[in-house]
Design a protein around this ligand. Structure first.
Ligand code: GDP
Ligand code: MG
Length: 203
């Protein structure tokens, strides 16, 4: 049994001012490697998570850094991503509604190699503030209708639910990743019956 190193590109999208850059800062601080100042409107940082004794997960987190105005990104930005965080501000209903546009933009431009939508978590940020502009029931319905893997309230400011929600995303990525089998298993008979048909039965 060897050790496994997983590298995942994770997108962080959503309207301006919802807390995306703060999330990047907060989440990558402990295992900070390098943050690049935005040059082409993209900022990214690396977070290394020792997932288990044998598994290391490296997350390359992409922040859209100032390109939020159009609720749309180029395909190049989404390219080869494994998962996505869509964030909105609980006190701002427009940012909540726009989460749907972000999700649609994402799904229209990228899917997993097997044809399934990218796992995407919805973060309702700034839960330390009040009043909230929408109810939990509304968010819950919205999350289900728009095919998120789930949602939770977060406060980047108070470090609430940040690591926890990222763990959910990592678990999902590990479960859906198309990592190659370990070397000892290579060359084995491929049971096509167990291979998912693109866009079918996997989501
Ligand atoms: P971005 O435009 O999505 O990258 O948002 P920023 O990370 O720049 O944050 C926008 C503003 O919201 C900043 O003033 C942050 O300090 C503030 N902010 C971010 N997260 C929180 C939070 O959880 N609670 C509160 N109260 N403010 C937050
Ligand atoms: Mg920002």
């Amino acid at each position: 049994m060897g050790s496994h190193d997983h590298l995942f590109k994770v997108l962080i999208i959503g309207d301006g001012d919802v807390g995306k850059s703060s999330l990047l800062e907060r989440y990558t601080n402990d295992n900070f490697t390098k943050t690049y100042k935005p040059t082409m409107g993209v900022d990214f940082a690396l977070k290394v998570v020792q997932w288990s004794d044998s598994d290391t997960v490296r997350l390359q987190l992409w922040d859209i850094a100032g390109q939020e105005r159009y609720t749309s990104m180029t395909r190049l930005y989404y390219r080869k991503a494994s998962a996505c965080v869509i964030m909105f501000d609980l006190t701002n209903v427009t940012t909540f509604r726009n989460s749907q546009k972000w999700k649609q933009d994402l799904d229209s431009k990228i899917s997993l190699p097997n044809g399934c939508p990218l796992p995407c978590i919805l973060l309702a940020n700034k839960c330390d503030l009040s009043p909230w502009a929408m109810t939990k029931e509304e968010i819950d319905l919205f999350s289900k209708e728009n095919n998120f893997i789930g949602w939770t309230e977060t406060s980047v400011k108070e470090n609430k639910n940040i690591n926890e929600s990222m763990r959910v995303l990592i678990e999902k990525m590990l479960a859906t990743s198309d990592d190659l089998p370990s070397p000892s298993a290579q060359g084995e008979y491929i049971n096509l019956k167990d291979t998912p048909v693109p866009g079918w039965g996997c989501c």
